[in-house]
Design a protein around this ligand. Structure first.
Ligand SMILES: Nc1nc2c(ncn2[C@@H]2O[C@H](COP(=O)(O)OP(=O)(O)OP(=O)(O)O)[C@@H](O)[C@H]2O)c(=O)[nH]1
Ligand SMILES: C[C@H](OP(=O)(O)O)C(=O)O
Length: 204
């Protein structure tokens, strides 16, 4: 299956600014992208990066600098099933993605914590996306309005997208190779100090 991976490479992950500077956010977002692409390939998918600027990566890249929703909708509408998997799913494994790709439904959606839609499989030509805000609720409504069946895919690994500094805890504990290593090499580590687990930066 063709798997579109949206990637905003121009100024990625601004919500991580309290932790990482602009160059670091670019490097870390590329590490997550590499992990996601590797997991998709190992799950049997054919990934294509849909980026807002050129990106040096070893899979086909479509550059489209329109807003996310417009760029993704341009990819939908064909007769073949297509998946959309976000580039910041640093916990995604091949096994989870394989299960997602095999789940039956006109629209299969993996919700993100906080209301987003982290991954989709679309098998209906009239379905379109509307990202941002509580997009998981909007996608259910769009599916209903187009007569497409909507199936919610229940997965911890696809629910955690890496947006906020507190999400880095999940990468340190459950992240895939490049993302976890990038954090370790750049001094980001778990702090279990007072019984609560957090991510901190710097020496012990
Ligand atoms: N092609 C494309 N992808 C985007 C764009 N904005 C975000 N993305 C990707 O969409 C997914 C979800 O992105 P968000 O978490 O909403 O935004 P972000 O830019 O990564 O992070 P913030 O700056 O903290 O909001 C990630 O895979 C991003 O790389 C865009 O304008 N174009
Ligand atoms: C693209 C957006 O991602 P979030 O801003 O929720 O991470 C969404 O899933 O609608």
């Amino acid at each position: 299956m063709r798997v579109v991976v949206p990637f905003g490479g121009r100024s990625p992950k601004t919500r991580l600014a309290p932790f990482l500077d602009a160059d670091e956010r670019r490097e870390f977002s590329l590490a997550m992208l590499r992990d996601v692409l590797a997991a998709i390939e190992r799950a049997g998918g054919d990934p294509v990066v849909l980026a807002d600027a050129p990106v040096d990566i070893d899979v086909p890249v479509t550059v489209d600098d329109r807003p996310l929703t417009d760029a993704v909708n341009d990819e939908l509408g064909g007769d073949e099933p297509i998946a959309v998997v976000m580039a910041d799913l640093a916990l995604a494994t091949p096994e989870t993605l394989e299960r997602l790709f095999e789940t039956a439904g006109d629209v299969v959606a993996a919700p993100g914590l906080g209301g987003g839609t982290n991954a989709l499989v679309v098998r209906h030509p009239d379905f379109s996306v509307d990202y941002h805000g509580a997009s998981i609720a909007d996608h259910r409504t769009i599916a209903d309005d187009t007569g497409a069946s909507f199936v919610e895919f229940d997965s911890m690994r696809l629910a955690v997208d890496i947006d906020e500094p507190s999400d880095l805890v999940e990468v340190l504990l459950h992240g895939q190779e490049h993302s976890r290593e990038w954090l370790a090499e750049n001094g980001v580590r778990l702090d279990r100090g007072d019984g609560r687990v957090g991510a901190v930066r710097g020496c012990r």
